[in-house]
Design a protein around this ligand. Structure first.
Ligand SMILES: NC(=O)c1ccc[n+]([C@@H]2O[C@H](COP(=O)([O-])OP(=O)(O)OC[C@H]3O[C@@H](n4cnc5c(N)ncnc54)[C@H](O)[C@@H]3O)[C@@H](O)[C@H]2O)c1
Ligand SMILES: N[C@H](C(=O)O)[C@H](O)COP(=O)(O)O
Length: 348
């Protein structure tokens, strides 16, 4: 059987991404890994991790086996040689070119999915290019409405707003934007995670979910009316829940995913309990994209000490989703560990 071709972008050249890709290549992952980055950058990164990897230019030919340590490369030259820990805006175009190649390649069917290593958003902005994240970049590239979701084996969290200054969050939460987000989340929990009737907990925006309007009105004016309308359609929506207690065990048992109103309302929960096992996914794209849950870790870049677990989890999640796409009956990646679905199997 031909191995699925996973595009893996290295992200910020001065961050830990290239080293993590070398470590990913060293694992026995059953995928044809195609690193989209600068070839020499990978060689230097592997040396920093004391790893031997074998690189071959990607010719797109099908592959049935991959020896651990071997990696195909789609060469995208750096603008300037990397100095670990010191991002250089001269590499902004390089980073964006890797993302564009990945998105185009997924759309054209050259890659089954893309897995992204972390990039430094500031370095791209410092090159004069407005950029807020992979999620927004891929959404714009695909002309799609998307939802950012981070998932560990124990918890799935989606975000109503992503990379926005906190002061801009309330205005960005409208009935229209929330409805769009909830519909994408609902559809993708069914399609990608095989949860037939997803139970979604929606967090309030304000402390204590607004305390009946005494601590903010967004719940009364926006969130509650929308949830009532979607419930009338049959969606199983819980909340708005106060964010401070939404993650206690008794609440967790009630839902399959949480929709948080903003980035730092829920991601600290996931990152503090499962930093090494959480995967970032973009829901709503016409292709599969997964990613690490951490950043460029500039303090570790060049040391070979960065933990590759999240990148390995992201690659495994991408492979499960690719398998799901070609499978009629399936279970959710990680859902089965929580006893939520049938074991992944192909229909006869
Ligand atoms: N997917 C992405 O592209 C992505 C995700 C998150 C953050 N970022 C970006 O990364 C940059 C740095 O962000 P930050 O400093 O807030 O967070 P960070 O995740 O880079 O670092 C936070 C802490 O976690 C540690 N850490 C991170 N990854 C680790 C790993 N694999 N193994 C061991 N320790 C690890 C770091 O050493 C640091 O102490 C920012 O530009 C941010 O926007 C990018
Ligand atoms: N919000 C993500 C996190 O905290 O892990 C991160 O910034 C990456 O986002 P993109 O995948 O959009 O780059």
């Amino acid at each position: 059987m031909t191995l699925p071709r996973l595009a893996v972008t290295a992200g910020e050249p001065a961050g830990v991404g290239p080293e993590l890709i070398a470590q990913l290549a060293a694992t026995p992952l059953a995928a044809d890994l195609v690193a989209i980055t600068d070839r020499d950058l990978l060689v230097r990164a592997a040396a920093r991790c004391d790893l031997r990897i074998t690189l071959a230019d990607d010719d797109g030919s099908p592959r049935e086996q991959r020896t651990p340590g071997s990696l195909r490369v789609r060469h995208v030259p750096l603008g300037a040689e990397e100095i670990p820990g010191r991002p250089d805006p001269r590499n902004a175009d390089h980073v964006l070119a890797t993302l564009t190649e990945a998105a185009n390649g997924c759309t054209a069917g050259r890659y089954a999915a893309v897995v992204t290593a972390p990039l430094q958003k500031a370095a791209i902005n410092e090159a004069g290019i407005r950029f807020s994240g992979h999620t927004e970049f891929f959404a714009e590239h695909a002309h799609a409405n998307v939802v950012m979701m981070l998932a560990s084996p124990e918890l799935r969290v989606a975000l109503a707003t992503t990379h926005l200054p906190l002061g801009a969050v309330p205005a960005a939460i409208t009935r229209t934007s929330l409805e769009r987000t909830l519909r994408i989340l609902h559809a993708e929990l069914r399609g990608k995670f095989d949860i037939a009737a997803p139970r979604i907990a929606v967090l309030g925006l304000n402390p204590h979910a607004g305390e009946s309007g005494h601590l903010g009105r967004e719940e009364l004016d926006t969130i509650i009316p929308l949830l009532d309308r979607l419930r009338a359609e049959g969606m199983m929506l819980i909340g708005p829940l106060p964010a401070d207690t939404a993650f206690v065990p008794a609440q967790r048992a009630r839902y399959d995913a949480v929709l948080a109103m903003y980035h730092d309302q829920a991601l600290p929960v996931l990152k503090s309990e499962a930093f090494d096992r959480t995967v970032n996914l973009t829901l709503g794209l016409p292709f599969i994209r997964t990613s690490v849950d951490h950043g460029t870790a500039l303090d570790l870049a060049g040391t070979g000490r960065a933990d590759p677990s999240s990148l390995i989890a992201a690659a495994n999640m991408a492979l499960e989703l690719v398998a799901r796409r070609g499978t009629h009956l399936s279970s959710s990646p990680w859902g089965e560990e929580r006893g939520e679905g049938p074991i992944l199997r192909k229909t006869p």
